[in-house]
Ligand binder design. Structure first.
Ligand code: ATP
Ligand code: MG
Length: 557
């Protein structure tokens, strides 16, 4: 049944099709999903994919989604991670039905394990981890049965109770399922259900010194919550028989089913919490929310919006085979989202002073500038203009090539929202570097007056000097480069030395009230976000979210 359905349906929504069939056939009356993060790090864009999938699927069928922390590994888990995960899920725009923790079910999991022992379906094994590995067999050879496999039910019950009571050291004994050491599926070769770990748990404290394994805890948690569709990534496909075995043998009253989809991978990124934690711990980035990180908090700080991330997750679809998505896809969706939302203003990243010699000294006039040429509703603003302004260093060349239409000695350009200016002279310092330009303006060319006696080919942006606000502009490149991946270099050897570049320049005076998280399009430079941590009214700090254009076309990728 399931296979027939999978063959029939398109890969982009195969899970939705399964849900439709399940509702039609009456296997389920409603749709209950869950997002089950392990609180051992901050969420990344791959998790966003899973969050959108689970929440949107339930939403579409008026169902429910739980947020459940899969907190069965006390050593790596922390409440800081729990809080950040809750914040990220909310920020993405989703509301969970119930907030649960796998650790809420430890007592029930224990009781179900006792049931397994009583049924002869689980036993306490004294083999070391090493010995277990050696006797597990391979893909082509069956495993060997443990010498402890045929312990009596009484002995198993006694030993398991004593494991719980703390009588044994870490690793001394485990509880294993008694399934089939000759199974072609290695996962089914008497998998470990419980291990001993005398460690403090972020929620249960020291109440437990035995902890359930993921493969045992997950199906039981799903069944307790009445989850109907337990969606996970492809690497758990081989674990599905164990998932079903656990539900059946533990005699759970509801029967969730597991479905697998392909993990999201992005180019020029690592996407495992373990690796991301290494980047944080080794100080390669400035925390989990460094704007170069593929974490949800990093993308948020960089300036991504929940809308852009959700569109991205929706558009890339739900695949049945692993692949790598070009990270520029993500950029496409933030450009689309901000195009009509972000005010368009002027910022000079690498300033060069311009003195307009024929403009009256001491005079400042206010000019009107539209806030978004594609969205009239955003209105206009007043910007000052005077004898001294800043332009981009790049917008002047002393000896330009033939197709250069910006400033050079003798050339005239349009200043966006202002006048035409002509470069008369470049002033240099003792090293021969251009440090200032002397220009003249033509009062008749004022923007908005309909002047059309002559045309200029270049338009450049600028900021009035006396009122300009100093700002840092943080420009990013990918943190990790895929080039040389083939040579077997680890991700730490592929760190891009140019991943962060800071420019010190100026923004318009009306930016003085810009608050953390405000987003702008700076003419010609791209979309920027006011950094929520580092920006101060004295020194604004802007993170470049994305440049304005890219030759990349996601529809052809
Ligand atoms: P990581 O290796 O990054 O720690 P994980 O799978 O161990 O990932 P969990 O916290 O266990 O992280 O994952 C919570 C949920 O998110 C799981 O259902 C998992 O399958 C899903 N998930 C994790 N990474 C991705 C990804 N790259 N793409 C899609 N879903 C993912
Ligand atoms: Mg994990």
């Amino acid at each position: 049944m399931e296979n027939a359905l999978e063959n029939k349906t398109s890969s982009s929504n195969f899970i939705k099709n399964i849900v439709v069939e399940d509702l039609k056939s009456g296997r389920v009356q409603e749709v209950i999903t869950r997002f089950p993060p392990e609180p051992n790090g901050y969420l990344h864009i791959g998790h966003a994919k899973s969050i959108c999938l689970n929440f949107e699927l339930a939403d579409e069928f008026k169902g429910k989604t739980n947020l459940r922390f899969d907190d069965t590994n006390p050593v790596k888990e922390d409440t800081e991670y729990v809080e950040s995960i809750k914040e990220d899920v909310k920020w993405l725009g989703f509301e969970w039905d119930e907030l649960r923790f796998a650790s809420d079910y430890f007592e029930e999991m224990y009781n179900r394990a006792v049931l397994l022992i009583k049924k002869g379906k689980a036993y306490v094994c004294d083999l070391t981890a090493e010995q277990m590995r050696e006797t597990r067999g391979t893909l082509t050879e069956p495993g060997k049965e443990s010498p402890y496999r045929n312990r009596s039910v009484e002995e198993n019950l006694d030993l398991f109770a004593r494991m719980r009571a703390g009588e044994f050291k870490d690793g001394e004994r485990v509880l294993r399922a008694k399934i089939d050491m000759a199974s072609p599926n290695i996962t089914m070769r008497d998998p470990v259900l419980y291990r001993i770990s005398h460690s403090h748990h972020h929620r249960t404290g020291d109440a437990w010194c035995i902890y359930p394994m993921y493969d045992y805890a997950h199906p039981i948690s799903d069944a307790i919550e009445g989850i109907t569709h337990s969606i996970c990534t492809l690497e758990f496909e081989d674990h599905r028989p164990l998932y079903d075995w656990t539900i059946a043998e533990c005699e759970m009253s509801s029967t969730p089913r597991q479905y697998e989809f392909a993990r999201l991978n992005l180019t020029n990124t690592v996407m495992s919490k373990r690796y991301l934690k290494q980047l944080v711990d080794e100080g390669i980035v400035d925390g989990w929310d460094d704007p170069r990180m593929p974490t949800i908090s990093g993308l948020r700080r960089k300036g991504y919006t929940p809308e852009a991330l959700r569109s991205f997750c929706r558009e890339i679809g739900v695949a049945k085979a692993n692949s790598v998505v070009d990270e520029r896809n993500l950029e496409h969706f933030i450009r689309e989202d901000l195009k009509l939302k972000a005010p368009r203003t002027m910022a000079v990243l690498r300033p060069l002073k311009v003195v307009i010699t024929n403009y009256p000294e001491g005079q400042v006039e206010m000019l009107e500038a539209e806030n978004n040429s594609e969205n009239e509703e955003m209105g206009t603003r007043q910007i000052p203009f005077s004898r001294e302004i800043y332009i981009e260093q790049d917008d002047f060349m002393e000896n330009p090539p033939s197709k250069y239409f910006r400033l050079f000695p003798g050339n005239e350009v349009r200043l966006k929202h202002a006048y035409f200016i002509t470069c008369q002279e470049a002033i240099k310092n003792e090293n021969g570097e251009v440090v200032e330009l002397r220009c003249t303006y033509d009062p008749k060319t004022k923007s908005g007056t309909g002047f059309n006696e002559r045309k200029v080919k270049g338009t450049i942006h600028w900021v009035e000097a006396s009122q300009a606000i100093p700002a840092d502009f943080r420009l990013y490149e990918p943190l990790i480069l895929d080039e040389s991946k083939e040579e077997g270099l680890s991700f730490l050897d592929r760190i891009n030395p140019n991943s962060l570049q800071i420019e010190r320049g100026f923004v318009e005076p009306n930016m003085k009230d810009a608050a953390g998280g405000d987003k702008f399009q700076f003419f010609r430079h791209g979309y920027f976000n006011v950094d929520p941590k580092d920006s101060t009214p004295e020194k604004l700090a802007f993170n470049r979210i994305v440049s304005l254009k890219s030759s990349f076309d996601p529809s052809k990728a």
